[in-house]
Write a new protein. Structure first.
Length: 165
């Protein structure tokens, strides 16, 4: 059952990325080189960073503490944003999808092969970009797969806020 759910969710995500056509961002969208930092609450909970590499492309990273079972957690993602799905002028509400990797250090298993966990993730989310305040408020789910020390499906989700510099 787990395998079927994993294969189905990964297929939907990969198919969605394959058919998604990047669109031109509105003129007031974040520009290349913009940076933001803040917090994310969920699984995991910690510090969140985002750097815009273009009008619709960004990279994000999280350094966090995962409460189950007590792990130091890091991930980074490549994100493609779609600005014209929702009209909330003058603000923006882009949806995004991406692909990334993650590393977790499991302190409950320091002396075992389970200490280091490596895997991949496919984040899908929505972000509210205020034009009046330099804030990025986001909601994200991220199905993924753990590859080391064993193969199994994993899931993450979070809500957060970042300050845009």
């Amino acid at each position: 059952m787990r395998r079927a759910v994993l294969i189905a969710s990964m297929s939907v995500m990969v198919f969605g990325i394959g058919i998604a056509v990047p669109e031109q961002a509105p003129a007031q969208s974040p520009s290349e080189g913009d940076f933001s930092a803040g917090i994310v609450l969920g699984q995991p909970t910690g510090l969140s960073f985002k750097w815009w590499a273009g009008e619709t492309v960004a990279f994000d990273a999280v350094a966090a503490w995962s409460f189950f079972p007590g792990r130091l957690y890091f991930h980074t993602d490549y994100l493609q944003h779609f600005f014209n799905l929702f009209d909330v002028a003058p603000d923006q509400l882009p949806a995004y999808v991406g692909i990334g990797g993650k590393v977790a250090l499991d302190f409950a298993a320091v002396d075992s092969p389970d200490f280091v966990n490596l895997g991949g993730r496919i984040p899908v989310g929505i972000s509210f970009l205020s034009q009046e305040l330099p804030l990025d408020i986001f909601l994200e789910i991220a199905p993924g797969i753990r590859l080391v020390p064993d193969v199994q499906p994993v899931y993450g989700a979070g809500v957060g806020v970042r300050y845009r510099f």
